[in-house]
Design a protein around this ligand. Structure first.
Ligand SMILES: Nc1ncnc2c1ncn2[C@@H]1O[C@H](COP(=O)(O)OP(=O)(O)OP(=O)(O)O)[C@@H](O)[C@H]1O
Length: 332
């Protein structure tokens, strides 16, 4: 295991930010810490980096007990959302900096900088100043700088958070490819479920200072351990008091399935190739169903139409906490 976190607790005054965190992150893996704002993701990352200390518990990095080690002795590289690169130094100088202060031979520094700039696709910008780069290029520079000293662990806190959606998406794909090339154990914080699902080998879902679930993107999506995980990763709606994914609901215009729940279509919204249909059931539940445009057209789904809803075969359902439990759900 590259990172072993055991029994970590952290409070700020009375506020419990992390509660009994236990995690094992294997070497070479790309792990996402995912969860809503304020859940404790950054605090955990800072504790791994040594920028903050746990009240109790331990952090082991590559077999060494790092709990009381300062950041510079942990062999970790980090990149934050607003990463301060040296503004007065060229791109190449920024990447070289960490190697130069470690007094590596000149020829080695030169070669390593060239390799890293190639890796992050910034070779042609080596002599520019950071202010002459785009936001996405600056984040790639920050990553090259963090990688320069060959850290055993790379920690990224919302590294693409400040960038626009298109650049974010590009950098996300790029990070995945970079990781496939370099294989450095990487932990990144995000509150964006799509980002986590697309990029990570494994996702740690953190909410209110606790780990809700750890698993591969598929495991979390197909077998969520709680209603929180189910709602946070992908869309969820309730049908008969059960949480279910909107595309896992079968909608028919006559009562075909035994126990199907009857309702009336209250809204139809086209979003790209999908149609989102809101149905108000006789029990007073608002259920969202997603259909393809073809299916919606074929069924003739329109506001005011009487429809019947049931869970599709193989649908993932979970009891929905805090919501009135209606008619038991029947799998068609
Ligand atoms: N230095 C601090 N002093 C007091 N409270 C803090 C401190 N740092 C963090 N907190 C609190 O701890 C909780 C967890 O914060 P943290 O930054 O770890 O959350 P997060 O999951 O990373 O959220 P975000 O996505 O918004 O960054 C928050 O409620 C925050 O207000």
């Amino acid at each position: 295991m590259s990172i072993e976190i055991t029994g970590v607790n952290k409070s700020f005054g009375d506020f419990v930010a992390l509660e009994n965190i236990n995690l094992s992150l294997p070497t070479g893996q790309l792990t996402a810490l995912l969860g809503p704002s304020g859940g404790g993701k950054s605090t955990l990352l800072r504790i791994i980096a040594g920028l903050d200390h746990a009240d109790s518990g331990s952090v082991e990095i590559e077999g060494t007990n790092a709990t009381h080690l300062p950041p510079q002795k942990r062999n970790v590289g980090f990149v934050f959302q607003h990463y301060a690169v040296f503004k007065h130094m060229s791109v190449a100088k920024n990447v070289a900096f960490g190697l130069e202060i470690r007094k590596r031979p000149k020829a080695e520094v030169k070669q390593r900088v060239a390799e890293l700039l190639e890796l992050v696709h910034l070779s042609q910008f080596a002599d520019r100043l950071p202010s002459q780069l785009s936001g996405g290029q600056r984040q790639r520079l920050a990553l090259a700088r963090a990688l320069a000293v060959e850290p055993s662990v790379l920690l990224l806190d919302e590294p693409f958070g400040a960038l626009d959606a298109k650049v974010r998406k590009e950098l996300r794909d790029w990070l995945r490819r970079l990781h496939d090339e370099v294989h450095v154990t990487t932990v990144f914080v995000t509150h964006d479920q799509e980002e986590a699902l697309e990029v990570a080998d494994e996702i740690v879902v953190i909410n209110q200072g606790r780990v809700e679930q750890v698993g591969t993107p598929d495991e979390l999506y197909d077998a969520p351990a709680s209603d929180f995980v189910m709602s946070f990763l992908g869309e969820a709606t309730t049908l008969g008091g059960q949480l279910i994914r909107p595309h896992d609901i079968e909608l028919t215009t006559s009562p075909t399935a035994v126990g199907a729940i009857e309702g009336v279509v209250s809204r139809v919204l086209r979003v790209g190739f999908e149609v989102r249909v809101t149905v108000l059931t006789d029990a007073g539940e608002e259920v969202v169903v997603t259909l393809t445009r073809t299916a919606a057209r074929h069924l003739g789904v329109d506001t005011g139409r009487h429809v019947w809803l049931s869970a599709a075969a193989g649908a993932v359902t979970l009891p929905s906490a805090g919501l009135p439990v209606g008619t038991p759900l029947t799998v068609a």
